[in-house]
Design a binder for this molecule. Sequence first.
Ligand code: SF4
Ligand code: SF4
Length: 425
Amino acid sequence: MIREVGAQAGAKLAWKETPIPSVDFNLTPYTVIWEVTRACDLCCVHCRAAAQKIRDSRELSATEGYRLINDIAAWGSPVFVLTGGDPMKRPDLEDLICYAAKERKLRTSLTPSATPLVTKMRLKEIRNAGIARIALSLDGPAAAVHDDFRGEKGCFDRTIEIIRDLKDLDIPLQINTTVARQNIAVLPEIAKLVEGFGAVQWSVFFLVPMGRGKKDDMISPVQHEKIFHWLYDLTKKVPFDIKATAAQHFRRVAIARERRAGRAAATDGRGRYVEVSGAGFRYADGIQRPTQGVNDGKGLVFISHVGDVYPSGFLPIRAGNIREKSVIDIYRDSFLFRDLRNPDKLKGKCGVCEYRIVCGGNRARAWALTGDPLEEEPACVYVPPLAKDGRLPRETGMSKTGPLIRSERRGETEQAESVRTTARP
Ligand code: SF4
Ligand code: SF4
């Protein structure tokens, strides 16, 4: 059943009736994320962007944004996410949404920060501009944990107020939760709140130590595994979709559990069809889920506030800039993206794992903890049979990419001669 956003009277958006086609991730991403600004009034302890209060004068202009949106639309119908920093800091946000959603028919969602900038009036404008979904962060079931995470007293209460406004305005809600040692014990309570809010999706993000996120706040590999099993069981009981983010190995758990139950593909506990041969989990709630294994640079591309192109927001290796080259060419042709899409390039146990095509481990976490984006996932307990035999892959590495150069700026890394010029297919 495709869900209609009720209050957009008559303004039927084309994407709502169009199923997402199966795409070749070598050519087309499933999700495109644009960090419209890095400015934000909050100061979260785990902030990927290490956000600052003031907008950067080098941010992409609206004109550059429209050009970027044109390129994204040329890909067909990827999910388009406007993120930050806090996107609400941009006064032209509604124009950008309107252009993406109504002119270019992109399924567009938004991740505002829970600050006083999110007024009901502005939410109404955003709804009328054609937003498909709004995602809000909730890292604790009450103010004590959540406000500590977000670095701002009152942030929890503000989040609840915004959720109420979204409900009034009939805007689909997604809740994002970052899992870290501080809140691992209260995840069941957060899940209850997500259900009570009537959210369409709970995106459970497993901390990658990047920006202000610290390695010591990460949960252990065994804790990852326990939570994956708990989440899998939860998918059978709750009315909302659950997405494990930066946790590709959740797919291994889900597929193994389905197989154990004798299902190669099956209906879930709520009678909905679930495909488990790829990434699993494709539900029809307006924004569907991919059936292939999305990973950094493989079905996913991130454009920073100044136009730099990265495989994800958590893997700060720059593959190019949209001021110099189209995002399409960078995604398809840069050595970095090509290597990340090639499961034969993976090292360690991921390189011999039978799940490497649907999983492959989180590339950003591998980079954050080893300095090599092709190294094995450090937070996975699984030992593939071939690794038990000691048949690990030879050191293939990023052979064609040239050396990685660490930049002064936020510890980011750049590929020397990373982008090749080739004609777009
Ligand atoms: S709300 Fe988001 S952008 Fe703002 S500080 Fe927190 S994590 Fe960073
Ligand atoms: S070993 Fe790597 S590819 Fe295999 S399940 Fe774990 S993270 Fe995924």
